[in-house]
Design a protein around this ligand. Structure first.
Ligand code: FES
Length: 87
């Protein structure tokens, strides 16, 4: 089976860059967690709505050109290559 992959460039909380390949249409929150990147900070690792779109604790910065947009990762489906910064 030939599954399409997208490139995810990830900047962690220490400014370290890494590159990953994720499934076309993947949920960003789930994709981040599958590669060992946690979109949650500190206490919110346990205290979150598990992707229901209610709590807002899964926010990441989505880099588009010169602008970083703060968005809830659980509400993003990935259909193009992405660059993400963890907050
Ligand atoms: S996990 Fe709660 S808004 Fe995304």
């Amino acid at each position: 089976m030939n599954e399409e992959k997208l490139k995810l460039v990830l900047w962690d909380r220490f400014g370290k860059k890494s590159e990953h390949w994720i499934e076309l249409g993947a949920n960003l929150r789930e994709a981040l967690m599958s590669i060992g990147a946690n979109p949650y900070e500190k206490k919110f690792v346990q205290l979150n709505c598990k992707g229901m779109g209610i709590c807002g604790t899964c926010k990441v910065l989505v880099c588009e050109g010169d602008i970083d947009w703060e968005k809830r990762s659980c509400q993003i489906q990935c259909f193009q290559d992405m660059e993400i910064r963890l907050k």
